[in-house]
Design a protein around this ligand. Structure first.
Ligand code: NAP
Length: 292
């Protein structure tokens, strides 16, 4: 039938929106208890420039803070800001005892080194989990660091679905420092115990590698790149990708994958809300760590 695509959905939908709300409710309770001990968790968000998508992301984070009872302060900087000016703002937030979490919204202005920004935030206030100390703790398998929000959110989705990860074959599509690489480390950690393969733009024969995955995480940023022939029957498929396309948002996973996957995360309403929920949890943990 022209203009009509029939998709036989068999996969279970992993509802990141509902799970994210549940996590935010738990955070909200712990925030109240912390306030009872005299500490009001406070997140500072620095945004440089007027990129519309970044402003939407920041507004969503502010709304989540409101829901959780976390104080949020937004620091708007011009798009012409240089690294030195951004580091100066971070430095003043680092030394402010009333600020528990600091986040500098990506992308930074053209020519500004995001790694230098990530390294300038005190590790105990690094709610994005991108500081080398926090990523180093992840590599060492040490608990207690602040972990990157998106892969942490994916781990929660796996846990809540009750899917078996021990001995499972996991494939992570993408090796970025904010999603793919920490995701692969988390899946391979003792306790999760998956056997992980990372694939990227130089990998050959990606589809047949993906087709062996019990757990497939797509974090590439190419709309509908993962077709149903890439997916093993019954696999747990996580779609991290978000791309703006005509008519809305698209993930990395094609809709037809629902015909073969066992579980699938939707876009929107999947990993996105989980990322924000984990940011709230990290901010709470940062405040708790500074108390104890
Ligand atoms: P990124 O830094 O651009 O990394 C993309 C990765 O995909 C790279 O490792 C790249 O390989 C790989 N890649 C690109 N083209 C490929 C191809 N044709 N075949 C195989 N691999 C390919 O992106 P990111 O920051 O990780 O984000 C990935 C996606 O997730 C984006 O759509 C982003 O918007 C989305 N995202 C969503 C959330 C959320 O909360 N839902 C959070 C963060 C990101 P190389 O390393 O070889 O270049």
């Amino acid at each position: 039938m022209p203009g009509y695509v029939r998709v036989n959905v068999s996969a279970r939908i992993v509802d990141g929106k509902a799970l994210g709300i549940k996590i935010q409710e738990e955070v909200s309770e712990r925030v109240s208890s912390l306030k009872g001990q005299g500490v009001a968790p406070h997140l500072a968000v620095v945004i440089a420039g007027d990129d519309p998508a970044s402003h939407v992301y920041v507004r969503n984070k502010e709304r989540a803070c409101e829901r959780c009872g976390i104080i949020s302060t937004r620091i708007d900087m011009p798009g012409s800001s240089n690294l030195e000016e951004i580091l100066e703002v971070v430095s003043s937030l680092n030394s402010d005892p009333n600020i528990h979490g600091i986040l500098v919204q990506s992308p930074a202005p053209d020519g500004v080194d995001e790694l230098a920004i990530a390294s300038s935030i005190l590790p105990q206030k690094d709610v994005d989990g991108f500081h080398p100390v926090n990523l180093g703790k992840l590599v060492q398998g040490r608990a207690g660091g602040l972990m990157p929000c998106t892969p942490s959110g994916v781990m929660r989705m796996l846990e809540s679905s009750g899917v078996k990860t021990r001995g499972a074959r996991a494939v992570v599509l993408g090796r970025s420092r904010i999603v793919g690489m920490p995701m692969a480390l988390m899946l391979a950690q003792p306790g999760c115990d998956a056997s992980v393969t990372i694939v990227h733009s130089k990998t050959e024969d990606i589809s047949s590698i993906c087709n062996q995955a019990d757990i497939l995480i797509a974090a590439v940023g190419r709309p509908h790149m993962v077709g149903k022939e890439w997916v093993k029957k019954g696999a747990f498929v996580v779609d991290v990708g978000i791309s703006r396309v005509e008519g809305g948002l698209a993930g990395d996973v094609s809709p037809e994958v629902s015909e073969v996957a066992g579980w699938i995360t939707p876009v929107p309403g999947g990993v996105g809300p989980m990322t924000i929920a984990m940011l709230m949890e990290n901010t709470l943990r940062a405040a708790e760590m500074q108390l104890f």
